[in-house]
Design a protein around this ligand. Structure first.
Ligand code: ATP
Ligand code: MG
Length: 429
């Protein structure tokens, strides 16, 4: 291929076989979200750069080095490809006064962009499904969103995804904790690496996330915000735990769980699997009660989460849940009259919900039957001019073998359904 015409590094094509799995995942997720009353919203993939700097925070990995920021050469404006969806949604909610009368449950999905080192489960263009409850003080919606994810894993047939929760408190508690952290790491200056030193005063919470081996002891002994929560934050967290217990959702309280973006407060949570190596977090979220005000809106408590779609697809694959529903039928035909009958029979079957491919491009019966086999269809419908003249077609099971059955055209729908016995297990997915 000519140089420079490949896809950009870290940005992937999703080809038809894999896209079928994406669609099954997205359909299932959309269905679950809508059963909880979450409505779809769509926002741009490009926003003015200051939106992300203000919301995500200047001293975060995302803003410091992962954003695709560029100048719009036509007017000099600084723009950024969205690294996450919450900021854009909150911007839209403020701009259109969406929570003026009542709170709002919404979801969106699509590509996000972060300039990270590409590896399994980590890409430069990746996709999220993003769910937000705007205008709810919680913790009931916090628990609702977690329950919704538990239901989604169940609907997808996935297992082994465990829930971690934590509370990172409110602004004042975080400030007090931050001062305690700075003092603590000042006492352990000798083990800090360059990154940690740089963050010590800017964003000491991020040091807790460091993988630098000599730092691990100091991290383990660092003061825990969870031990220093004020009454309101404590009650919120206890409330969440009670609601999860009531719903029989198992969780681990992980006092070290922090999230990479600055706008979070109180509840944070992650769903984690050990089936994907280092990229084990398949979904993460939490509360962001101060973000509306930070972006110039009215005080609006809110909670949300994002699912990493590529990681979900990897997990579906790893757990053998990535089969797409196969074609129901492939119609082979030879002869002019037969072609007309083939198309008419296919339309009739589609009227009844079947997925049918009609062979295109001619060729012998033998070569058409090879294509029928390769298509993965369960049944072949065979139409020759003799059959067409007699008002019949032949149906043959491609997966289970056996002879072909001659069927009068008027009976095709009923006989096709009877022969297509394995369909129900897919229809119920
Ligand atoms: P990580 O710790 O893995 O970098 P994160 O905390 O940066 O994740 P969030 O900003 O919380 O991720 O995004 C929510 C989800 O989006 C993640 O849990 C993950 O599943 C997915 N995700 C984040 N970054 C990427 C990426 N570069 N490629 C693929 N998926 C990603
Ligand atoms: Mg990250």
């Amino acid at each position: 291929m000519a140089a420079g015409l490949q896809a950009v590094r870290g940005m992937n094509d999703v080809l038809p076989d894999e896209a079928a799995v994406w669609q099954r995942f997205e359909d299932t997720a959309r269905n679950v979200f809508e059963r909880y009353g979450y409505r779809n919203v769509r926002v741009p993939v490009v926003e003015a750069t200051p939106l992300y700097v203000r919301s995500i925070g200047e001293h975060t990995d995302v803003v410091e080095r992962e954003m695709y920021t560029f100048e719009d050469k036509l007017n000099g404006e600084s723009l950024t490809l969205r690294p996450e969806a919450t900021a854009g949604i909150v911007r839209a909610a403020i701009e259109h006064n969406l929570t003026y009368e009542r709170p709002l449950r919404i979801w969106t999905g699509g590509p996000m962009f972060r300039h990270e080192r590409p590896q399994k489960g980590r890409y430069r263009q990746f996709h999220q499904l993003d769910v937000e409850a705007l205008g709810f003080p919680g913790p009931d919606v916090d628990a609702e969103q977690i329950a919704m994810l538990a239901r989604l894993w169940l609907a997808l047939g996935l297992s082994g995804i465990s829930l971690m929760i934590n509370s990172i408190g409110d602004a004042a508690e975080r400030r007090a904790h931050r001062d305690a952290l700075i003092a603590h790491f000042e006492r352990h200056r000798d083990v800090l690496d360059e990154n940690a030193k740089r963050r010590l005063h800017a964003n000491p919470l991020r040091i807790l996330d460091s993988k630098h081996p000599p730092l691990q002891d100091a991290i383990a002994n660092a003061p825990r915000l969870l031990d220093q929560l004020g009454d309101a934050s404590r009650a919120h967290f206890d409330g969440l735990r009670r609601l999860l217990d009531d719903a029989r959702i198992a969780y681990t309280v992980n006092p070290r769980l922090v999230r990479g973006l600055d706008y979070y407060n109180r509840t944070v949570f992650e769903w984690v699997t050990d089936a994907l190596g280092a990229q084990g977090t398949v979904a993460g979220g939490g509360r962001y009660d101060g973000l509306f005000e930070e972006l110039g809106g009215r005080p609006t408590p809110a909670c949300g989460f994002a699912i990493g779609v590529e990681r979900m697809i990897l997990l579906l694959d790893a757990q053998g849940k990535a089969q797409a529903a196969p074609l129901d039928g492939y119609v082979v035909h030879a002869g002019e009259k037969a072609g007309a009958v083939a198309r008419q029979v296919a339309e009739t079957l589609r009227d009844h919900g079947a997925t049918i491919v009609v062979h295109a491009g001619g060729g012998s019966f033998k070569s058409q039957m090879k294509k029928a086999d390769a298509s993965g269809a369960r049944l072949a419908i065979i139409v020759g001019d003799d059959e067409a003249a007699a008002g019949t077609v032949a149906i043959k099971h491609l997966r289970e073998g056996g002879d072909q059955t001659a069927v009068p055209i008027a009976d095709v729908v009923a006989r096709f359904a009877a022969l297509n016995t394995s369909r129900d297990e897919y229809a119920s997915l």
